[in-house]
Write a new protein. Structure first.
Length: 311
């Protein structure tokens, strides 16, 4: 049984107000950054330049819902990659953003010889394009972020109840295939390229607000996502890849109760899931598990936290 559309009353209004204000603020600053491949944003007095290859699925492209009925969203120029350009600019680092991500990509499909989506036409895939780019820029400094694994477990957690067998298979796939992905990318990269792997927040914590079995389903969702993140962290760390602790900034494991006016006391992590993703919104914007602008900004912070203060 698929996830039901949730009714949150004032919670939806609160989330919409907070995200709405943030969206307006971000839309102004985001004009300085671009999601187009091969674009740069340069701060005055910049002393260091590098490329930024953003590998992943839809979230790597800043995907967000459009509000158009029967439309599954679009990429934006206010995703975490764009935010990271601005964060690094403040440090005097000019990054050239190259986005090769594709919606629906998993740790398995990126390794396949034939693309499963409309982003690429065989024999080209996201991996072949990434490898080619890294080989062509072997002599220069760069950053590669790896944002894969969420789509492997997404359908498992979006089921009610959570499909534990499916989740275990997804985690096993990450344990087997993520080291292959990292090795292929690192073998193609030059000696001055930094790698960062992303862990994931759990938007399905919002199930807590469904009532009935909602709280137990949210608990099962978080337990599965924690196992997935542990598998990702292990695969990245063993391969010498820094880990962006996204769930920590989303407070995914913080179940401290917070009191919301006209709503009542709910766990902090549930509140954060509603504030930082589109999962608590009703149609036509949600429920949607992608981060909103505020969520993407935190993901950028998690990546920046494992990058050096000075390159």
């Amino acid at each position: 049984m698929h996830r039901r559309v949730r009714y949150l009353g004032v919670m939806v209004v609160i989330a919409a107000m907070v995200a709405g204000v943030y969206l307006v603020q971000r839309s102004l600053s985001a004009q300085k950054a671009s999601a187009a491949s091969g674009t740069t944003t340069t701060a005055p007095g910049t002393k260091f330049s590098a490329f930024y290859l953003d590998v992943g699925a839809s979230s790597s492209l800043g995907f967000q819902p459009t509000g158009i009925v029967n439309h599954n969203g679009r990429r934006t120029n206010t995703g975490y990659a764009n935010d990271l350009l601005e964060v690094e600019n403040i440090k005097g680092v000019s990054l050239t953003l190259v986005q090769v991500g594709c919606p629906g990509e998993t740790v398995q499909t990126i390794l396949g010889p034939t693309p499963i989506n409309k982003c690429y036409k065989a024999p080209e895939t996201q991996m072949t394009q990434s490898v080619k780019y890294l080989r062509d820029h072997k002599s220069v400094a760069g950053l590669v972020s790896i944002d894969l694994g969420f789509n492997d477990i997404r359908s498992c957690l979006s089921a009610v109840p959570v499909n534990e067998t499916c989740a275990n298979e997804a985690i096993a796939a990450v344990q087997i295939d993520m080291p292959k992905i990292v090795k292929e990318l690192k073998d193609a990269a030059g000696p001055h390229v930094r790698f960062v792997g992303l862990e994931f927040e759990d938007p399905f914590l919002a199930d807590y607000l469904l009532g009935g079995a909602g709280p137990s389903n949210a608990t099962a969702s978080l337990a599965a996502m924690d196992r997935m993140n542990a598998a990702l962290a292990q695969a990245f760390s063993k391969s010498g890849v820094a880990v962006a602790n996204v769930p920590a900034l989303f407070k995914s494991d913080d179940n401290t109760r917070v009191s919301i006016a006209n709503v009542g006391a709910i766990p902090q992590n549930v509140y954060q899931a509603c504030q930082l993703t589109w999962e608590c919104y009703g149609p036509p914007f949600g429920p949607d598990d992608h981060p909103n602008d505020a969520g993407y900004a935190l993901i950028a912070q998690a990546i920046a936290a494992v990058l050096p203060k000075s390159w």
